[in-house]
Design a protein around this ligand. Structure first.
Ligand code: B12
Ligand code: SF4
Length: 577
């Protein structure tokens, strides 16, 4: 071995925007040279291998998660076959359990670190450097098949993981204020160990300033239940004053929210905080079985309160495949949660995580899951394979028509046609399946056409038709300037160029008042960013109806985070119908 060993740590992210926090921590806790290399699961193995092998290293560590394990099995084997002298180390949640089995299935791997790595990793590198084999409790090898799951004792002593060069535009930064979870949901890895370690609030404030000063767009807290940290609200108060232009994302438990939290959140500006709330199910028997006791009434009340504030993005989660949740029960869970109108309703499919309590009970629950990572549910005692497959299309449909926010006006009008939201998305998903087939790439216009056709499968009067088409057209225009009229929106009479032109001539002050950042600009200059459309009668929703003509003005110069144009409605005063 060389006098000073060199290590590369590999993170394989699920998408380019994500980053691997673990390898950043590990780099900071060793005094030897460590280089970080990050890729995505969508890049071809040969391209990643050749990039890795352009670097000089003696030790290579892979950070293993459920989404990248398949890639890492291939990558580590290929790297080792070409560079036989290197030492391969695996670490991360996906290799922290059943370690002996993994070592025998992957004979090219020298070491596996189980659990948290900040204490074990530097000791292991020291051993490798000095050619010595000591007994580090949570480090396994073919010579040491007994050990335990590692946890660091002093979380505050774990160094801040980021350096200046780590901050890259358009990538999410992950931050950890607490480690561990006070709850014990049986499908989650947190069910395997207890205890929460909290970072000192003053230390956290200083660390977060690093991101704010560098104008990081999005900081996601990886805390499993952020509001379980006793100082969480104090930290939010601090971020309200010192959060700069950064958006902060948290996973919270909604039924734990206190009055203080609710009162405080009413005072926060939009685009400062966003919250992800895991509901998972509303079935009481399921909740009991998975040891996740949610006070639903409190959750509904708090989510409604947050929603009414309108100053934050709310993301709610459900899981398909939990014990006692058959199709009827899932329908109910979906409808219960959809009525809260979250900004996103994410439907996940149960993953039978290695080391989780549900893994131990999977025989009892008759769970069949994919035999490779991510061990996703295919069938359970309560759900047939056909039902799971149907729910996959359902989820795709909710993603494209609801969570994407591309159809935010028209989809709610569509849902009204059905007795319950589940039926609406279920019906639409049949068409989506036919449209997509085995190919997931489809033009946005095709999705519009499908929604339009599906709406008109149901007998509708002229008024309803016109209303729906206007909302669909509004969604279309929010995403970009009109590129050729959508020919199937036949009944619309909008955008008469002459009227719009006259509007510029007679009511330009109204435009300036509505969009103060264009104050004083002339028509030609305004037209570079704004598009105006004239609608004769316009009903945005039950409480916003204009009998008089309106101009809908889209500001393409100032897009929201979702890339949609902001639009405002200006009532025409100087023109007659
Ligand atoms: C960020 C995150 C994501 C991101 C992905 C980030 C990325 N880089 O691509 C997103 C949001 C996309 C995501 C998605 C999913 N995730 Co996720 N996610 C996380 C989260 C919140 C943070 C991970 C993290 O950075 N933790 C902080 C670091 C410091 O802790 P750590 O990862 O455990 O790392 C320590 C040790 O493991 C070890 N270590 C790690 N790597 C290495 C490498 C070496 C060489 C060594 C020595 C040690 C070592 O040392 C580290 C420091 O102590 C965790 C929950 C959590 N708080 O950990 C879940 C978690 C990782 N996710 C999980 C799951 C199940 C999922 C989903 C499958 C959920 C779903 N939708 O069904 C999806 C899958 C995505 C896909 N495309 O298939 C599970 C993973 C279990 C597993 N076996 O991998 C976790 C643990 C949550 C849980 N339920 O228990 N996730
Ligand atoms: S699912 Fe969430 S609340 Fe439940 S144990 Fe896991 S991290 Fe904690």
């Amino acid at each position: 071995m060389k006098s000073k060993i060199k290590t590369v740590l590999i993170g394989i992210n699920s998408k380019y925007v994500h980053t691997n926090l673990a390898i950043h921590y590990l780099r900071e806790c060793v005094s030897m040279e460590v280089e970080l290399l990050e890729y995505t699961i969508n890049q071809p193995t040969h391209a990643i291998v050749s990039d890795i092998l352009e670097h000089d290293f003696d030790v290579i560590g892979f950070s293993c998660y459920i989404w990248n394990m398949e890639s890492i099995i291939k990558l580590s084997q290929v790297v080792k076959s070409v560079k036989k002298e290197c030492v391969v180390i695996l670490g991360g949640p996906e290799v922290s359990f059943h370690v002996g089995e993994l070592l025998s299935a992957m004979p090219w791997v020298e070491y596996i670190v189980s659990g948290e790595g900040e204490e074990a990793f530097p000791l292991l590198l020291q051993d490798i450097q000095e050619g010595r084999v000591s007994q580090i409790e949570n480090v396994y090898s073919k010579h040491k098949l007994i050990g335990s799951y590692g946890t660091v004792k002093e979380f505050d002593l774990v160094k801040f993981p980021y350096r200046e060069a780590d901050i890259q535009e358009k990538r999410i930064i992950y931050y950890e204020f607490s480690r561990g979870c006070p709850f014990n949901c049986s499908y989650c890895l947190s069910s395997t160990f207890r205890g929460v370690k909290c970072r000192d609030i003053e230390l956290a404030k200083k660390e977060l300033e690093f991101f704010v000063k560098r104008d990081v767009e999005l900081v996601k807290f990886v805390d499993r239940t952020f509001n379980a940290h006793p100082k969480s609200l104090d930290l939010l108060r601090h971020l309200k004053e010192h959060g700069g232009n950064t958006l902060f994302h948290f996973e919270i438990c909604a039924d734990l929210l206190t009055e203080d939290w609710i009162e405080f959140l009413k005072t926060t500006p939009s685009e400062l905080f966003q919250f992800e709330i895991g509901v998972q199910t509303t079935n009481a028997e399921t909740m009991k079985e998975i040891s996740r006791v949610t006070q639903l009434e409190k959750l509904y009340k708090n989510v409604k309160a947050l929603k009414d504030m309108g100053n934050m993005h709310l993301h709610l989660d459900l899981i398909v495949g939990l014990p006692f949740e058959g199709i009827e029960s899932f329908k109910k869970s979906f409808n219960d949660i959809f009525h809260l109108r979250p900004d996103a309703l994410q439907i996940g499919f149960l993953k039978v995580l290695k080391g989780s309590e549900i893994e131990l009970k999977s025989k009892e629950y008759e769970i069949i899951c994919t035999p490779y990572a991510p061990y996703e549910v295919l069938q359970t005692k309560w759900l047939t394979y056909q039902e799971v497959a149907q729910l996959k299309w359902f989820e795709e449909c909710v993603e494209r028509y609801y969570n994407s926010e591309k159809f935010s006006h028209s989809i709610l009008e569509y849902v009204k046609l059905f007795r319950a939201p589940f039926e609406a998305f279920s019906h639409l998903s049949v068409g989506l399946k036919k449209l997509l087939g085995l190919d997931k790439n489809v033009a946005f216009q095709e999705l519009i056409k499908l929604l339009h056709a599906s709406f008109f499968e149901h007998e509708r009067g002229d008024e309803a038709r016109e209303q729906f088409e206007k909302l669909l057209y509004l969604d279309y225009l929010c995403l970009g300037r009109e590129k050729g009229r959508l020919e199937f929106l036949h009944s619309l009479e909008v955008q008469e160029k002459e009227r719009v032109s006259k509007f510029y001539a007679t009511q330009i002050e109204d435009i300036w008042e509505t969009f103060p950042h264009y104050q004083g600009e002339k028509k030609e200059s305004l037209q570079k960013n704004l598009s105006l459309y004239h609608f004769s009668h316009f009903k945005l929703n039950e409480s916003n109806v204009w009998e008089t003509p309106v101009i809908v003005a889209f500001d393409y110069g100032k897009r929201e985070k979702s890339q949609k144009a902001e639009y405002k409605i200006i009532v025409e005063t100087s023109l007659e119908m």
